[in-house]
Design a protein around this ligand. Structure first.
Ligand SMILES: O=C(O)C1CCN(c2ccc(-c3cc(CO)ccc3Cl)cn2)CC1
Length: 324
């Protein structure tokens, strides 16, 4: 049994926050943000939690594919900002869309989460046990941001996106994958640590806000992501010249330029929408993929070769080579 992408969808909160609006909240400016990151605006939730963003993205997928919620056989949500520890955000999405009592679970691989979830979902479909699976990436990054910390507050946005996977006997969409972690460098990007505080300890050790060593994450991305993209393409017996589009995690436009330079490929091969949404962590790849399919830049069934690549907290990174 093979897995194929049947369609995509997305949802972002209505509230648009511009760089100029952030200038009024903290010591930053539009020129710095745009030149250093490529970000112009981001969408910020006004009360909708991650499960609602994911639920609305899922409804968008169902509407676009014509598949009903009752036909869905499993839901995977990639998120580093779940509604809570329990119930999982995926279970809340199951309820939100009115699916049957199916398998539903969360995956936390930060900004590589959608890649991890898609890899798992593909294997579930390949097992022959399931016909349709929803693979969602969703974040409310705004709830873990320290809005007094200008080094991170200007970078992130909220949103959700995803794809519908279906079982098929025809040609495989999934040509290769290259997925990694390195916990020894996990301290470079942390959020929501639950340190041991109980009746043995007095102090309440809690650090709920996102903290990032931007320099080390930047350097990690420049070193590891080009290698992952090259590996996933060449280990599948293709060349970088045969790749039609790279749908990369939207962390920073200068990162995409640096990766393109290292791979000696045109930066235009990297689709981008970071200007509009900022860094939406696990949601960035599916939001961009939905945008490309909606505006016709990518077409399902076209046989075009695309690479999806995520990288970030964990540290985690991963790439997938897909034939549309
Ligand atoms: O001074 C500057 O230019 C600053 C330097 C620091 N910057 C950074 C640093 C790291 C990231 C980042 C974040 C994630 C997490 O999703 C993953 C991958 C990356 Cl590369 C994004 N921006 C902003 C501009």
């Amino acid at each position: 049994m093979k897995a194929k992408i049947m369609g995509a969808g997305s949802y972002v909160p209505h509230k648009v926050v511009s760089n100029a609006m952030l200038e009024k909240m903290m010591d930053t400016n539009d020129e710095w943000i745009r030149t250093r990151t490529g970000i112009e605006t981001r969408h910020i939730s006004e009360g909708e939690n991650t499960s609602v963003l994911c639920g609305k993205a899922a409804m968008d997928i169902l509407e676009k594919t014509g598949i009903s919620a009752k036909e869905i056989d499993f839901i995977i949500v990639a998120t580093m900002t779940p509604d809570g520890l329990s119930p999982s955000t995926a279970c809340l999405v199951q309820d939100y869309i009115g699916a049957k009592p199916i398998m539903a679970f969360d995956v936390n691989a930060a900004c590589s989460g959608f890649i991890y979830a898609l890899s798992i979902g593909e294997k579930l479909i390949q097992s022959g046990t399931f016909q349709y699976g929803l693979i969602l990436g969703g974040e409310v990054m705004s709830k873990i941001i320290d809005w007094q910390d200008r080094s991170t507050a200007v970078l992130f946005g909220d949103g959700a996106g995803g794809i519908l996977l279906s079982a098929t006997e025809t040609e495989n969409s999934f040509l290769g994958e290259d997925i990694h972690s390195d916990g020894s460098r996990g301290e470079s990007l942390t959020a929501g640590s639950h340190l041991v505080t109980n009746f043995h300890t007095k102090e309440n050790l809690e650090n709920r806000f996102l903290q990032m060593d931007g320099r080390s994450i930047f350097d990690f991305a420049i070193r590891s992501v080009p290698e992952s993209i090259r590996t996933v393409v060449e280990s599948s017996n293709y060349t970088l010249g045969e790749v039609d589009c790279i749908v990369a995690h939207q962390a920073n436009y200068r990162i995409l330029q640096a990766i393109a330079k290292k791979l000696k490929i045109p930066v235009e091969l990297f689709a981008t929408n970071i200007a509009k949404y900022g860094n939406t962590s696990a949601a960035s790849i599916p939001i961009l993929l939905d945008e490309l399919l909606t505006n016709g830049d990518l077409v399902l069934g076209s046989k075009k070769k695309i690479v999806l690549t995520g990288f970030g907290g964990g540290l985690t990174w991963g790439s997938m080579l897909i034939q549309l």
